[in-house]
Design a binder for this molecule. Structure first.
Ligand code: ZN
Length: 136
């Protein structure tokens, strides 16, 4: 669910960067004063209570652990276009595989992703590295 630790700490800062801002904004079609320019107090409360209810009903953790297998597809695509993007190991592998599927050779993939040839070769495995480039 949503980061409740952050919700609690930032409760004095209800605004567009709040994790529930989008939800509160969708609820609110009131003409009342909008806290943080997002939603009225009633709609903020509804969003926060609904989120809390889901956490309790499903026994979810309030601490959100980042998923190490999560792939940010936008970051991967930007990297594949040659932009310098910080990628996780899983995203780096996804970018390498994506460029290889576009018929790029390991040298070109390394240049495109600003990686070493050895790093790309390791991710692709020895089958896709030309014999002349394999380490003896
Ligand atoms: Zn409202």
């Amino acid at each position: 669910m949503i980061e409740h630790q952050r919700t609690r700490r930032q409760s004095a800062h209800l605004g567009p960067s709040h994790p529930l801002a989008e939800v509160a904004s969708r609820h609110c079609d009131h003409l009342a004063f909008r806290l943080g320019g997002v939603a009225c107090g009633v709609c903020w409360e509804r969003a926060i209570r609904d989120d809390e209810r889901v956490v309790v009903e499903h026994g979810l953790s309030r601490e959100v652990e980042p998923d190490p297998e999560f792939v940010d597809e936008i970051a991967v695509e930007l990297a594949c276009r040659g932009q310098r993007v910080v990628l996780t190991p899983v995203e780096t592998r996804a970018a390498v595989v994506r460029l290889r599927s576009r018929q790029l050779l390991p040298d070109a993939i390394a240049r495109r992703l600003h990686l070493s040839y050895a790093a790309v070769a390791a991710l692709l495995g020895s089958d896709s590295v030309p014999a002349c480039r394999r380490a003896a």
